[in-house]
Design a binder for this molecule. Structure first.
Ligand code: ZN
Length: 399
């Protein structure tokens, strides 16, 4: 038996007026998901534990069977794992975004305009981070380049301080959202002086792109200790994602990361390449399990674009789910498919919520005959409800 999880990050949502009161999942044209729902099982799963913040970190740990209450030590340490940052037990890792702030003065009176600086390329971001390192790096504070706008700061002998995720305060004046720690705060202020008129940003402005003009620290945490996935489920697994967080969870869980050319976490990612890599891994490379993570619906939710979120869901359906099913069907292998989001990223609020998400489980050995479609409302009506979410993986593998 082969097992494939296809996770549409942030895919769940709430009814939207411009969609006639439907959600993007209801409005999107998704023949592959709906055919699987009619031949499988749907329901709701509670991926975010009570009292924990909704995020891809806690939610994906949950979906993979790692109780976040036990295993979660912050977001950035997981990302640090994926970029191979050496962490000591006394180190604290912090996510270091490159963001776009307004030009208001002084620093604390600026407004945060964009948490991703127009999803700046890794190449441009690396040059900007190098300029910051020259001025701000020390024994106690070391910077590491990640992907696009997502980078890492290691704070030696640091503290797990409470910090604000930038995508939670878009459009707000930053004064009340700055680090309380004076050194972190000073570094953010200084980064603006270093970056605002950097040649790369002058050139970006000329191209009409958001200036990548400040660092923003958040997601602090210590080194995570995850039990190996193979030890836990006796299944050899691979991870297929463009996002450092997911790659880091895979490193921590002892799974292999498969890097797909052109996979970038955006709407124009290489969907087909991801589908092919998963099918190849379980059919030809001896793996039992593949986890495909697609970031696009979440990014479109943060951008507040209904049209692009619906399109991201339709791409997931026709260019990932359909191809994975066709590849597995053609092989004659018995398999199970699990389709779900990690958390909702409702367009209305442009950030994550803790509402339970719809799952779809299909078993090629036991095709069902029902009339379900795959969306939030029908999943609720099904009456199936999995809580805590960290039991989903055991349920998926059950004999
Ligand atoms: Zn997410």
């Amino acid at each position: 038996m082969k097992y494939v999880v296809i996770l549409g990050d942030g895919m769940a949502d709430e009814p939207i007026e411009s969609l006639g009161g439907r959600t993007p999942l209801e409005a999107a044209d998704t023949p592959a998901m709906d055919a699987l729902a009619a031949a499988g099982e749907i329901g709701l799963v509670h991926t975010i534990p009570e009292g924990m913040k909704p995020g891809s970190d806690t939610a994906n740990l949950s979906v993979m069977g790692y109780d976040p209450k036990k295993y979660y030590t912050g977001r950035s340490p997981l990302e640090a794992l994926s970029i191979g940052v050496p962490m000591k037990d006394t180190d604290v890792a912090l996510r270091c975004n490159i963001v776009t702030l307004s030009e208001d003065e002084p620093y604390e009176k600026k407004t945060i305009l964009d948490h991703s600086a127009d999803e700046i390329s890794t190449e441009e971001a690396a040059v900007l981070l190098e300029a910051v390192k020259q001025e701000l790096e020390s024994e106690s504070y070391r910077f590491y380049v990640g992907t696009s706008y997502r980078h890492c700061l290691i704070w030696e002998q640091g503290q797990v301080v409470e910090l604000t995720p930038p995508h939670d305060v878009l459009g707000q004046v930053i004064e009340t959202h700055l680090p309380e720690d004076p050194v972190l705060r000073r570094m953010q202020e200084r980064s603006y002086d270093i970056l605002a008129n950097h040649p790369i940003n002058l050139e970006r402005k000329a191209r009409g792109l958001n200036s990548a003009n400040s660092l923003w620290f958040w997601g602090a945490g210590t080194k995570p200790i995850l039990t190996s996935f193979e030890e836990k489920y006796h299944k050899r697994g691979v991870m297929i994602s463009a996002v450092d967080l997911l790659k880091g969870i895979a490193v921590g869980a002892g799974m292999e990361n498969i890097c797909v050319e052109g996979a970038n976490g955006g709407l124009d990612t290489n969907y087909e390449g991801k589908a092919q890599a998963a099918v190849d891994a379980v059919l030809n490379r001896g793996y039992d399990f593949a986890y495909i993570h697609v970031e696009a619906p979440d990014e479109m939710g943060h951008q507040g674009s209904v049209e692009r979120k619906v399109r991201a869901i339709e791409y997931l359906d026709s260019r990932v789910i359909r191809l994975v099913k066709e590849g597995l069907d053609a092989s004659g292998q018995d398999y199970r498919l699990l389709v779900l989001p990690d958390h909702p990223t409702p367009i209305q609020v442009r950030t994550h919520t803790s509402a339970p998400v719809p799952y779809l489980l299909y078993d090629s050995q036991k095709p069902q005959k029902n009339t379900w479609k795959y969306n939030e409302k029908e999943a609720k009506d099904s009456g199936n409800d999995i809580a805590p979410g960290c039991e989903m993986m055991e349920y998926f593998f059950r004999q």
